[in-house]
Design a protein around this ligand. Structure first.
Ligand code: GAP
Length: 468
């Protein structure tokens, strides 16, 4: 029996395309590197992730304000935030084929300690970096991923490549018209700090949250939707009195872990990494990365940073703390989540294969509140109007109640089950000839494949109980 888990990324990528979760961006024109389009089921899954996040971190709380800021922002924002000067990756070019790659990704040495220090060497060549860090240099795998030439990157000096996308605003093309697409949603929050304070007069501590797109001109986008050029973030900037930072850092660490668990990540694959001082981003005084064991290695999923007063100071923003007596610059705890990385980790966590039958049965074991489709409704035979009419009535009632309900009469019943298993639908409801006699239907469980008969009037409460 052939199993597909040996090459899990290939299996997941192909399932995601075939079943309408994720397609290559601009596919009919040969694709655009680092971009992916979400199909109907991908959109539903993303929405469920965002809804669950919003419920936990925004709408169920009394101290959180959500904003939706513009993607195009004034260049002064990125000067003040440090992104114009420091949001760079080292870029090296193959002397033979001119392929450009990230200096710290040469040799597949992505997570090694030394490349971070190499980044600090700024425009030095890999050769100079290697002399300084012999341990790193011992690798003999420095070959061009395109032409295969060995050590073809080593003599070229690395140059610092700014990852922000720029564009021109207005009809006049001069340097003053350059603007950037935001590389993080965080700055859209900071620039609205004063607006929110003036409109709502929140008391410390309080947070401002935002869900939205961010853009980074990654030198080497890779690993499906893991490292892309256009992605979505869910971020919170939580404003506190400076002395309280450790308390709230720990608090949000627990809250993040709780949410990660609640949406169905495989928790055995989740790891907390205390980022070493030398590797902290320019704004951070402490960062914990939440990592996930993806099929291509253990990689950053989300981050939690203590940004101190870095941003409010740089934007010259203050707060009048009536309780603390006078003007202060609040400090900031930042829980930062990537929607696309979350979605990929969910696909990896949920992908299962049932090998108990004659054929492998792949299925996605999403939790019901996260599954793109909660249940499907089918008539056993689509050419029997009495079954179709009855099934249509049930479908309409459940659709009104739950929204994410699919009508499915395509192919025989076995094919329908396989399709629903592959998209992670927890329950398949089938109307058969007995239904016409006893007002009961068959409801099949995705994970076990077992079927039970229940009364039509009990369907909604059956599902509701299991959704919560
Ligand atoms: N405001 C802080 C910030 O943006 P970051 O660690 O650079 O911090 C936060 O990004 C999160 O955004 C990451 O943990 C990841 O989930 C997501 N992310 C960052 N770059 C990404 C990329 N190129 N593709 C997909 N997701 C990305």
């Amino acid at each position: 029996m052939e199993k597909h888990t040996d090459n899990l990324m290939e299996t997941i990528t192909s399932l995601a395309k075939r079943r309408g979760f994720i397609y290559q961006g601009s596919e009919i024109y040969g694709g655009l590197a680092g971009t992916w389009d979400y199909g109907p089921l991908g959109v539903a899954l993303k929405n469920n992730i965002k809804d669950s996040w919003r419920k936990k971190f925004v709408s169920s709380r009394h101290d959180m304000y959500e904003v939706d800021a513009a993607i195009l922002m004034h260049p002064g924002v990125w000067q003040a935030s440090g992104h114009v000067d420091t949001f760079t990756d080292p870029l090296v070019e193959c002397t033979k084929c001119k392929k450009r790659v990230r200096g710290d990704h040469v040799g597949g040495n992505i997570n090694a300690r030394v490349p971070f220090e190499y980044i600090e060497l700024k425009t030095k060549s890999l050769k100079e970096a290697a002399e300084k860090f012999p341990e790193w240099a011992e690798q003999d795998t420095w070959e061009c991923p395109d032409c295969g030439t060995k050590n073809s990157f080593i003599d070229n000096p690395a140059r610092q490549f700014n990852m922000m996308f720029s564009t021109k605003i207005g009809a006049v093309e001069d340097s003053a018209s350059t603007v950037y697409l935001r590389p993080e949603t965080a700055q859209g929050i900071f620039v609205n700090f004063k607006n929110v304070v003036d409109s709502f007069h929140p008391k410390l501590p309080f947070g401002i949250a935002q869900i939205g797109k961010a853009f980074r001109n990654e030198i080497t986008p890779r690993d499906f939707i893991f490292r892309v050029r256009e992605f979505e973030q869910m971020e919170i900037e939580y404003f506190i009195r400076p002395d309280d930072w450790q308390k709230y850092f720990e608090y949000f660490k627990d809250e993040m872990m709780e949410w990660i668990d609640s949406i169905g990540f495989d928790m055995t694959k989740v790891n907390e990494l205390e980022v070493p001082k030398d590797d902290l981003a320019h704004y951070s005084e402490r960062t914990v990365d939440f990592e996930f064991e993806y099929p291509f290695g253990r990689k950053e999923l989300f981050g939690l940073a203590y940004r101190g007063s870095f941003d409010l100071n740089n934007h010259k923003l203050e707060y009048i703390d009536e309780e603390g007596g006078g003007k202060i610059t609040p400090h900031v705890i930042e829980p930062s989540f990537g929607v696309d990385r979350a979605l990929l980790a969910l696909l990896v966590s949920a992908y299962k294969e049932d090998t108990s039958g004659e054929e492998v049965r792949p299925y996605l074991s999403f939790k019901p509140h996260i599954a793109p489709v909660i249940c499907s409704v089918s008539p056993l035979l689509k050419n029997k109007p009495e079954l179709v009419d009855k099934a249509r009535i049930i479908y309409g009632t459940l659709k009104d109640e739950f929204g994410r309900v699919m009508w499915d009469d395509n192919g025989n019943i076995g094919k329908r089950y396989r399709r629903q298993d592959e998209i992670g639908t927890p329950w398949c409801i089938v109307v058969d000839f007995d239904t016409l006699e006893d007002d009961s239907v068959t409801i099949r469980d995705r994970d076990t494949g077992t079927q039970e008969r229940i009364k039509i009037v009990e369907l909604a409460s059956y599902i509701k109980e299991r959704l919560s």
